[in-house]
Write a protein that binds this ligand. Structure first.
Ligand code: ATP
Ligand code: MG
Length: 379
């Protein structure tokens, strides 16, 4: 029997808004996405009343989970900014218990830190297909090799690829509470928006809904204590990316680019975006920097190697390293066997470890790795 939207809607009749209206009649529900037993939707409320709606969100999730055939339910609260606000991007209300207050203490206005996680860094690119995810995975593993406890969060709503890059087939399980357990792979704690949405449905995850999903992946996953979390961002510099850059408490961003001029123009946009939201750019990685012939070992600079290094100098951001275009990286990556984990003695693993060391150096010099805020367990 296939689960339908109508069944989901019917289950929500018993859930009441703060003023007592059955939820489906409030006009605040987004489209309901039902996919393979997984249900997602959002409730759009006024930012001022988010707190009052939090129990409604929880009740809606519980009601949907109780429907036969539902494997998981994710309900997000989203709050539109009022008109006239300085920022254009949609703003999601932090979802979950009391998370309406999830802003930095002391009125700094930035997003609040995630308990237990010392530093969150974004791996971003102005343009798709430059090897951002491959870099994110291997740099995360490189940071692991430095002895750090590392998490990897795949926030690429347009094409989550971490499950493929790490050959993860299983779904995350729930903890005893209402949190999700990250999947452990090669010593990394991993979570992907791809675990929650089917590959065919990513376009629904835009704007406020995306943000709320991201907030949930940060706060409602039992990450434990992490030194660094690496976030694989969606490529580009549009509204969704800008909102993410604003909403995730980032200690820094790593920009991945190929050496071609066109890619570098996009990389520049990426840097500008992070600067705009006051996130330090930790540096640029040049990927597919040069071609090493696997047969003869000859090196050719097919894309005009060095462009990213020059660009980094010009923009006064650190240059973190260059990764060659190599079949091995591609084959391993696409087979879910990232080189840093599976060929740790190889040249490519060393390149990624060096980049990871540079990333850590930049984080430290920004004094970004500080003791993580304590995890407060609820009574
Ligand atoms: N240095 C490299 N050498 C060879 N192949 C690479 C290298 N880096 C990435 N690739 C390959 O290029 C393709 C794109 O890489 P990847 O998925 O990491 O890019 P991306 O920037 O995350 O793309 P998207 O924008 O789709 O998210 C993959 O098939 C990957 O294996
Ligand atoms: Mg990717």
């Amino acid at each position: 029997m296939v689960l339908t939207k109508d069944e989901v809607l019917a289950s929500l009749e018993t859930v009441r808004s703060p003023d007592g209206t059955p939820l489906p009649k409030t006009g605040k529900l987004s489209d309901i996405v039902v996919s393979d037993g997984k249900v997602f939707f959002s409730i759009a409320v006024d930012a001022a009343v988010v707190q009052a709606w939090e129990p409604v969100r929880g009740a809606a999730e519980a009601a949907v989970r109780a429907v036969a055939g539902v494997r998981s339910a994710m309900v997000a609260l989203t709050a539109e900014r009022s008109a006239g606000s300085a920022q254009q991007a949609p703003q999601a209300a932090p979802a979950g218990r009391g998370r309406g207050a999830a802003r930095a203490p002391g009125g700094q206005g930035g997003p609040a830190a995630v308990p237990g996680i010392a530093a969150i860094i974004a791996v971003a690119s102005g343009k798709g297909g430059v090897g951002k995810s491959t870099t994110a995975v291997n740099v995360a593993l490189g940071l692991r090799d430095l002895g750090l406890k590392v998490g990897l969060l795949d926030a690429d709503i347009y094409g989550p690829s971490v499950p493929r890059l790490l050959a993860i087939k299983e779904q995350p399980e729930m903890t005893g509470g209402s949190k999700l357990k990250p999947i452990m792979r090669y010593g990394l704690a991993v979570m992907s928006i791809g675990f929650l949405v089917e590959e065919e449905t990513p376009m629904i995850w835009r704007g406020p809904m995306v943000m709320s999903a991201l907030t949930q992946m940060l706060f409602e996953v039992e990450w434990g204590e992490l030194d660094v979390m690496v976030v694989d961002m969606p490529p580009g510099t549009g509204d969704a990316q800008l909102t993410m850059a604003q909403q995730v408490p980032l200690k820094g961003a790593v920009i991945v680019s190929t050496p071609q001029d066109l890619a570098l123009i996009d990389a520049r946009r990426g840097i500008a975006m992070f600067r705009r939201v006051s996130v330090p750019v930790l540096g640029i990685v040049e990927n597919m920097s040069y071609f090493l012939c696997p047969q003869c070992g000859t090196r050719s600079d097919i894309f005009g190697h060095g462009g990213a290094r020059h660009e980094a100098e010009r923009l006064k951001v650190p240059f973190l390293g260059e990764v060659p275009l190599h079949m091995d990286i591609r084959e391993k990556s696409d087979a879910g066997l990232p080189v840093v984990a599976t060929e740790p003695e190889g040249v490519h693993a060393k390149i990624y470890r060096d980049i990871a060391a540079n990333v850590r150096g930049q984080l430290n010099s920004n004094a970004a790795i500080r003791p993580a805020p304590k995890i407060v367990t609820e009574a």
